[in-house]
Design a protein around this ligand. Structure first.
Ligand SMILES: *Cc1c(COP(=O)(O)O)cnc(C)c1O
Length: 387
C-alpha cells in the first residue's frame, strides 16, 4: 500500500481529523497501521451498532450481491426495499416509509412531508438540537457556529428553549406552526435524554393544534437506548420518525417513517432521491434491522447499559472534574467542568476512542455488541484519564 503523503491537502478542510490511520476493525476495536488496537466507543458516531466485521453484515453483503442488483432506481419496484419498509412498519407506529441516504436528508424529507400535510410552514426545534447540516436541518440545529457562515438558512424554522414551557406552548399553538422536531435523546447537544413528561406534553400540544410531531432518532434509534425505538420508553409515538446512522450497518441510508395520514397527502413528484432504498443497501439493512430488533439483543443493551451507567456514575463521584453523567442504554455523556478535548486525546492515547458532544461533554456510543467486559474496560480507561 502506498502511504498517504499528506493527510489534509487533498481532502476538503471541513474535518479536523486526528490520530492514527485505521486499517482494520474487529468487534469493538479499531486497529491502526502500527498495529495498535483501540477500544472504539465512537462506533462511527453511532453507526457501527454491530461493531466491526460482524458476520450478520458480512453475510448480508455477500447475499445482497447475489441478485446482481446494486441499483435499479425508484422508477421500478424491487423487493428488498419493500420488505425493509414492511418490517419497519410492523415494528413501529408507522404505516409507510421513505428511504434516503443520510440523517440530514431524512429530516429534510420529514419537513417537506410535514409542511405538505399541515399546510403550514412553521417548524419548531429546540435548544440543544442537532438535525443535520443541510439548509433546513441546519436551520433546526442549535449551533450558531455551524450556522452563521451559511445564512440565510430556510425561513420558518424557529428554535425554542426546552426549559421554557410557556414559550413551547406558544410556539406550538402559533397559527403558522405545522411541525415540531425533537430528538428523544439529544446527541450532539450533550447527550440529553428528554424528559418523558415533556414528550407527552408535546404530543398533547401537537394533537390539540394539528401539528406534526417529528422524532429524530437518527442517533438514538434502532436499539441504541435499549429499545428498538427510543420513543417506546416514553410511551409517546410521533407522526414522523427519522432514522439513519446504524440502519444499513455502515452503508449510507436514511429512512422517514410516517403515519398513514401524512402518507395520504403525498403524490409522485413531491419528493425523490436517486439512490434511496436501492436493493443492495436495503437488503443489508433488512438483516441489520432483524439483528438489532431481537428481544434478547435489546435486553442485553438495556441491562448492560444500566450497569454501564452506574459504573460511570461511580466514576463520576470520584472524579472532581465530572459535573454530570447522562444517558440511556449505550448512549452516555460525561459532562466536565472544563473543555473535553484534552480528555478525548488522553483517552485515545490510552487506547479508548470517545467523541465530544459540545465543548465539555465526552460522548460514549459503544457498539451495541459490546459486552459488560468491553464496557468495563472502557470505563476503567476513562477513570484513569479523568482522575
Ligand atoms: C448525525 C445526526 C443527524 C445528521 O445525520 P447525517 O447522516 O450526518 O446527515 C441528524 N440528526 C441527528 C440526531 C444526528 O445525530
Amino acid at each position: 500500500m502506498t502511504a498517504v503523503q499528506s493527510p489534509t491537502s487533498v481532502l476538503a478542510g471541513v474535518y479536523g481529523r486526528v490520530g492514527p490511520v485505521f486499517v482494520r476493525g474487529a468487534g469493538c476495536e479499531l486497529i491502526a497501521e502500527d498495529g495498535k488496537r483501540y477500544l472504539d466507543f465512537v462506533a462511527g458516531i453511532g453507526v457501527n451498532a454491530l461493531g466491526y466485521d460482524h458476520p450478520v453484515i458480512r453475510n448480508a453483503i455477500t447475499r445482497a450481491l447475489e441478485s446482481g442488483l446494486i441499483h435499479v432506481s425508484n422508477l421500478y419496484r424491487t423487493e428488498p426495499g419493500e420488505r425493509l419498509a414492511q418490517e419497519l412498519v410492523q415494528r413501529s407506529f408507522a404505516d409507510q416509509v421513505f428511504f434516503c441516504n443520510s440523517g440530514a436528508e431524512a429530516n429534510e424529507a420529514a419537513f417537506k412531508f410535514a409542511r405538505k400535510w399541515s399546510g403550514r410552514p412553521g417548524i419548531i426545534a429546540f435548544s440543544g438540537a442537532f438535525h443535520g447540516r443541510l439548509f433546513a436541518s441546519l436551520a433546526a440545529t442549535d449551533r450558531p457556529d455551524f450556522r452563521r457562515p451559511f445564512e440565510p438558512l430556510v425561513p420558518g424554522i424557529q428554535i425554542v428553549r426546552l426549559d421554557d414551557q410557556a414559550a413551547v406552548e406558544a410556539a406550538v399553538a402559533a397559527s403558522s406552526t405545522g411541525a415540531v422536531i425533537i430528538e428523544p435523546v439529544q446527541g450532539e447537544g450533550g447527550v440529553r435524554p428528554i424528559d418523558f413528561e415533556f414528550l407527552k406534553r408535546l404530543r398533547a400540544l401537537c394533537d390539540a393544534h394539528r401539528v406534526a410531531l417529528i422524532f429524530d432518532e437518527v442517533q438514538c434509534g434502532l436499539g441504541r437506548t435499549g429499545t428498538l425505538f427510543a420513543y417506546e420508553q416514553a410511551g409517546v409515538s410521533p407522526d414522523i420518525l427519522t432514522l439513519a446512522k446504524p440502519l444499513a450497518g455502515g452503508l449510507p441510508m436514511g429512512a422517514v417513517l410516517i403515519k398513514e395520514a401524512i402518507g395520504a397527502v403525498l403524490v409522485p413528484g413531491d419528493h425523490a432521491t436517486t439512490f434511496g432504498g436501492g436493493p443492495f443497501i436495503a437488503s443489508v439493512a433488512l438483516d441489520v434491522l432483524r439483528a438489532l430488533a431481537r428481544p434478547e439483543f435489546l435486553d442485553a443493551v438495556r441491562c448492560n447499559g444500566e450497569w454501564f451507567g452506574s459504573r460511570l456514575n461511580a466514576l463520576a463521584a470520584r472524579a472532581k472534574r465530572v459535573r454530570a453523567v447522562r444517558g440511556r442504554g449505550y448512549m452516555w455523556g460525561i459532562e466536565l467542568a472544563e473543555p473535553a478535548a484534552p480528555y478525548i486525546t488522553a483517552a485515545r492515547e490510552a487506547g479508548l476512542l470517545v467523541v465530544g458532544a459540545g465543548a465539555s461533554v465526552l460522548r460514549l456510543l459503544p457498539p451495541l455488541v459490546a459486552t459488560q467486559g468491553d464496557l468495563g474496560r472502557g470505563a476503567s480507561i476513562l477513570e484513569s484519564v479523568l482522575a
